[in-house]
Design a protein. Structure first.
Length: 279
């Protein structure tokens, strides 16, 4: 049994190194912010009009499924989602956009506010009242803060997190010099905020966590457990942290999570969070 665990860890580590190498090659392509095509420029209501941009008479309705916003993790950028974007696009998600927050960001609350502005812009441009969000690692915490603390639950139908330290991670203690890392530590003020009451939160959460994720310490910290939230936790076996946004089985699970997202009544929650092995 012990040999099996060692073998699985070695395979996962080799895959992580291969993915890291590929990601370093793609990283420069994701530094610049995503540009909208000329036909997709915002067409929201005139200045001073208080009409809801997603439902008002000036909304430009884009047919199809809800838009998907992809949010990267710490010291990363949108290039991490190259493969996941392709999978989503091939399965009918015709509006998939990535958000880069500044590498100089020192407070995930600021990144959450930026996310909120991007969501409003997407709603105004597409006419969709709601979006879905997929966040990797820190990106999942940023999105969760937007949903729980900034009223984003009225805008976000489903939030999928991939290897997100919902309860905080103790990995790499020397990295505490960076404020964002300190915010990801167990018991940080931000995590205490998120652990507080969230009555009536309408967003549906799906949290993917891996049993070989060496960035999450302990690995169970990537599970989301909150009495006020509608949560489904999905256990992924045999892959590490970097593989979560690129692994085809996880991509299939993300698709299933987004497609299954339905309206959630305020205050509804599961008594027990679901769990499944997908890899």
């Amino acid at each position: 049994m012990e040999l099996t665990k060692v073998t699985a860890l070695m395979k996962a580590t080799a895959l992580e190194l291969a993915i890291l190498t590929g990601h370093l090659v793609l990283y420069p392509s994701g530094i610049a912010a995503e540009r909208l095509s000329p036909s997709s420029r915002p067409t929201g209501p005139p200045a001073g009009d208080s009409t809801d941009p997603a439902t008002g008479p000036d909304a430009t309705i884009t047919p199809g499924m809800r838009p998907v916003v992809l949010l990267h993790g710490f010291v990363d950028n949108r290039s991490v989602f190259v493969l996941l974007r392709r999978v989503l696009g091939r399965h009918g998600r015709d509006c998939v956009e990535s958000l880069n927050y500044s590498p100089l960001t020192c407070d995930l609350r600021s990144a959450a506010e930026l996310l909120g502005r991007r969501v409003e812009e997407i709603r105004a441009r597409t006419g969709h009242a709601e979006v879905d969000i997929v966040g990797h690692s820190l990106g999942g915490l940023v999105a969760r803060y937007y949903v729980q603390r900034l009223g984003g639950d009225t805008r976000v139908r489903t939030l999928v997190t991939l290897g997100t330290p919902h309860a905080g991670t103790t990995v790499a203690p020397l990295a505490d010099a960076h404020p964002l890392v300190r915010q990801m530590r167990p018991g940080s003020p931000v995590l205490r905020e998120l652990a507080g009451p969230a009555p009536g939160c309408r967003t549906r959460f799906v949290s993917f966590w891996s049993d070989l994720d060496q960035v999450m310490a302990p690995v169970e910290t990537a599970r989301l457990d909150h009495p006020d939230l509608l949560v489904h936790n999905v256990r992924v076996s045999g892959i590490g942290h970097l593989a979560l946004p690129v692994h085809p089985t996880v991509a299939a699970g993300v698709l299933g999570a987004l497609d299954a997202g339905g309206p959630v009544a305020p205050g509804a929650h599961e008594g027990e969070s679901g769990a499944a092995s997908v890899a």
